[in-house]
Write a protein that binds this ligand. Structure first.
Ligand SMILES: [Zn+2]
Length: 377
């Protein structure tokens, strides 16, 4: 039941910088210039350019027409794709116009260029439903550097979404325990607070085949974002599954999984599941929760939502969900908190991770303080 593949690149510990390639043709000279500038910045930082998406390429810049969002099919989930497209007019909402293109092109990040003939304005759309612009009025060098800074987290992070399922969950836990009952309660509370926004109807945007591919690639669920977990003992914790309805966490091994460990060699989370259930993946942020629980024995529960609170410390770089680097930067902020067992950490352009002694402790502290809109910077 093992499912794992080695990650070819690692950055945080100083191992090799991944190579990149560019496929497809820009729609205009304006976009061509942006890409040339971005390529130059990547090369300057040691990213090797390859003429084709061969073995060893970790970042593919996939340029496509906005009315034909051609996808780049990667063989490995360790390959990140920056989609690039251009439109002649600024839409009312870059997020609403760009998000379907991000999904349909199977990109991890979308560079959405608005070129009305006089101005070439770069915008970014993220999988976590973020959207932000880079000023078109910056001098060339600064503009290219700003583009690089938006792409760099993608080009320098690695996903830890491999799951290794071990069908060794003790029988007395097959139906859960008092902790999984609390997790179920907490999921319902998040729903009541309206913190489980139904994201874009991703399934409607994709063919069945594409949808399966997206699920495999990102463990994207489509029902609701966010995740929650509760500590079981000094090593293990229960966590919500990937893509499940957090308002109805029921089945052990599918909606709720027991996380036993992290295997750095295989870049994988190790899960203990009942032998009779076809297991579902754990939430992509399991690596982040694992780091926090291991470091802080006083943390009893963790919740992650796509919402915000005023006056909180925030990470600097918005690494993608499910990456070792995101986990590392959040763990760093938890460590810096006055009381790591009661920390509220902002994930830039993304959401919140909140620790508590228990799930109830978290809800008591966030009541009335949650802002549904994440500020985009
Ligand atoms: Zn998230």
């Amino acid at each position: 039941m093992a499912e794992a593949a080695p990650n070819p690149f690692v950055r945080i510990d100083g191992s090799p910088t991944l190579a990149f390639t560019i496929v497809g043709e820009p729609a205009s000279e304006g976009t061509r210039r942006l890409l040339a500038g971005l390529r130059q910045q990547l090369e300057r930082r040691g990213h090797e350019y390859r003429p084709a998406p061969d073995e060893g390429v970790g970042l593919v810049i996939n340029v496509f027409e906005s009315d034909k969002p051609r996808s780049f099919r990667r063989r490995s989930q360790a390959v990140f794709v920056l989609g690039v497209t251009e439109v002649p007019q600024r839409p009312e909402s870059v997020l609403h116009a760009g998000y379907p293109l991000l999904i349909r092109s199977l990109s991890n990040l979308l560079l959405y260029v608005v070129n009305d003939g006089s101005r070439v304005e770069p915008n970014f759309v993220t999988l976590e439903q973020g959207a932000y612009s880079v000023s078109a009025d910056l001098p060339d060098e600064e503009l290219y550097e700003a583009l690089y800074n938006r792409v760099a987290p993608l080009a320098s992070s690695r996903l830890v979404i491999n799951n290794i399922f071990e069908p060794d969950l003790p029988e007395e836990l097959w139906e859960g325990d008092e902790l999984t009952a609390e997790l179920r309660w907490a999921g319902q509370e998040l729903d009541k607070l309206n913190l489980l926004p139904a994201p874009f109807p991703i399934q409607e945007l994709l063919s069945e085949d594409e949808w399966r591919h997206v699920q495999r690639l990102y463990s994207l669920g489509g029902l609701s974002y966010g995740n929650l977990s509760v500590r079981k003992d000094d090593k293990t914790f229960w966590m919500s599954g990937s893509g499940v309805n957090k308002a109805d966490l029921r089945i052990i091994g599918r909606d709720i999984l027991l996380v036993k460990d992290y295997d750095p060699e295989r870049g994988a989370m190790i899960l203990s599941v009942p032998p009779n259930v076809k297991p579902n993946r754990v939430s992509v942020d399991a690596i982040e929760h694992w780091m926090i629980y291991r470091e802080h024995p006083s943390v009893g529960a963790i919740i992650h939502v796509h919402a915000w609170m005023d006056g909180i410390p925030s990470t600097e770089i918005n690494y993608p969900c499910g990456t070792y680097e995101l986990a590392h930067s959040v763990a760093q902020k938890v460590r810096e908190a006055a009381d790591p067992s009661r920390a509220v950490v902002g994930l830039r352009n993304h959401g919140l991770t909140i620790t508590g002694r228990s799930l109830r402790d978290i809800f008591e502290r966030i009541e009335g303080r949650i802002i549904p809109q994440v500020p985009m910077t």
